[in-house]
Design a protein around this ligand. Structure first.
Ligand code: ADP
Ligand code: G6P
Length: 489
């Protein structure tokens, strides 16, 4: 056993995700600039330090020419990133189509886009073919860079076909797959035409991970009900081969946020924000502009709160920072105009010549500005209709050790299972309930705020991204060792 259990001090890790941590912007024929990509997956993985990691993924841009590809490959190599080049048609069918118009809404219980239902059904086959092709392209790049002993860690719903492709290349590869979204009830997964193909390919991995025990349970049920396989407490068994399935709740690099608050630049931001909103309580929403985040519902709940609590109208402001995302998908374009329309109407209704109740920004904030905003916030509103985990709630808590503000958190976010005892949990679909919880949060006695914050702060600072990655990788190592021992017996 000991002989098999030899692990390098710094394990070499190939992280494979659709999105690289940096997105490329072309500045000239052979010059590129790189910007940090938004999203929970990137945030969490950037918090993982103690591995010799290389990141394989798409740089978010079409690069049809060889000169551009060479220059970008070089620029990315400095960040230990390796690009997978996807052409426009593949991006359209695989990323915009199958991933973000089919899997994403389905996994978040939103079904298929209503108006596009028939069109989606018709284009399903070609989109799934593109999905498989794209996954094969990722596998080809992994295979080119793989060295014996590497751990290959595949991420998210974009790459459910990847474990199978990798094992076809080399059955000895240590392959883990982690899902950053919810895995829905097997009744939902059953509706997907490619339901069995996807489950079977994920099962080719040695270890399959989810944020919560519930998502893991849904996955095992899907495998038993749809594929007729045996679910065990360890995972899923198919003809004597076990795929280990378990929950690995993600975290953030909390120290990075806590340290940032000490920086003069951040302190300066904090001072400006305090002056700007003096005399008002600050409520905050930070989201990608995505339908799963429940942004319209959140804003309508805030309107209800203002409607019912007139004395608060000039004493509170909602800052909603929403970074545009997946802008080529029609459903996201509709959401943007819907949010603008609601914000405009409410500001027209409750605004004055000198102040408006909602400040809505359609953009990304840099890290320091974001930390300052979290630090001055009295109440954070996370109203996801469904969310794998939701790291914004973690970031808020990390920045609140002096203010001890209140977190209002959707019970449908994975984070409700870890921060539930400290947050006010709400059903985001119930606007009256959310409006009432806003009042509860704004009037909460300091001792109760302190108690709730303490609970969440301890969690966020102990369950970090680094700990998440270490647990996953060491579980993957153990799983592979145990499987070898089993086949030797
Ligand atoms: P998701 O993974 O669905 O985007 P998470 O809440 O888990 O949701 O993670 C979102 C990440 O993206 C967080 O790290 C958050 O700080 C970042 N982010 C989201 N919106 C913005 C924004 N407007 N500006 C800057 N960062 C943002
Ligand atoms: C979520 C997904 C990630 C994705 C991120 C941003 O966090 O789980 O896989 O990278 O959203 O979305 P995008 O489509 O821009 O990569």
């Amino acid at each position: 056993y000991e002989k098999l259990d030899v692990r390098p001090l710094r394990q070499r890790l190939l992280v494979v995700a659709n999105r690289l941590p940096v997105s490329a912007v072309r500045r000239g024929e052979d010059s590129w600039s790189l910007e940090i990509s938004a999203g929970g997956l990137v945030t969490a993985l950037l918090g993982v330090k103690e591995f010799e990691a290389r990141w394989i993924g798409w740089a978010g841009v079409n690069v049809p020419d060889e000169v551009g590809q060479k220059a970008l490959t070089k620029a990315l190599a400095e960040k230990r990133c390796i690009p997978v080049f996807l052409d426009e048609e593949i991006v359209h069918q695989y990323y915009n189509g199958y991933c973000n118009n089919i899997l994403w809404p389905l996994f978040h219980y939103l079904g298929l886009p209503q108006e596009d239902r028939l069109a989606t059904t018709r284009s399903f086959q070609s989109q799934f073919a593109a999905y498989k092709k794209a996954n094969q392209m990722f596998a080809d790049v992994v295979n080119q860079h793989y060295e014996e002993g590497d751990v290959v860690w595949c991420h998210d719903y974009h790459l459910m076909y990847l474990p199978k492709c990798l094992k076809e290349y080399n059955n000895n590869m240590k392959v883990g797959w982690f899902l950053h979204t919810p895995f829905p009830s097997s009744e939902i997964h059953r509706t997907l035409p490619s339901r069995s193909d996807l489950l079977r390919s994920v099962l080719a991995a040695d270890l399959v991970g989810f944020h919560t025990y519930d998502y893991a349970r849904h996955f095992v049920s899907a495998c038993t009900r749809i594929l007729g396989l045996e679910g065990t407490p360890e995972g899923v068994e198919d003809q004597g081969r076990l795929t280990r399935v378990a929950a690995f709740p993600i975290g953030i690099d909390s120290d990075r946020f806590i340290r940032a608050l000490e920086l003069p630049k951040v302190q300066e931001h904090i001072k400006e924000l305090k002056e700007r909103f003096a005399g008002r309580k600050v409520m905050l929403g930070v989201d990608r502009l995505d339908m799963i985040k429940g942004i319209p519902q959140k804003i309508l709940a805030f309107e209800k709160f203002l409607e019912e609590n007139s004395i608060w109208r000039d004493k509170v402001v909602l800052l909603q920072i929403a970074v545009p995302t997946r802008t080529d998908v029609p459903e996201y374009q509709k959401l943007t105009s819907q949010v603008h329309e609601i914000v405009g109407r409410i500001n027209g209704r409750f605004g004055t010549l000198t102040a408006v109740p909602i400040h809505h920004l359609d953009r990304s904030l840099d890290f320091h500005a974001l930390c300052a905003l979290y630090a001055v916030t009295d109440v954070a509103l996370v109203t996801s209709l469904r969310d794998g985990m939701n790291l914004v709630s973690y970031e808020f808590v990390a920045c609140q050790d002096s203010k001890k503000g209140v977190l209002i958190l959707s019970e449908f976010a994975g984070a409700a299972q870890s921060l539930g005892a400290g947050a006010i949990l709400v059903n985001p679909w119930n606007i009256t309930e959310v409006a009432d919880s806003i009042l509860q949060a704004l009037t909460m006695p300091p001792e109760e705020r302190e108690k709730r914050h303490r609970h969440n702060f301890v969690h966020v600072t102990t369950h970090t991204a680094q700990e998440w990655a270490e647990t996953f990788v060491s579980e993957l190592d153990d799983t592979v060792i145990e499987a070898k021992l089993r086949t030797k017996q």
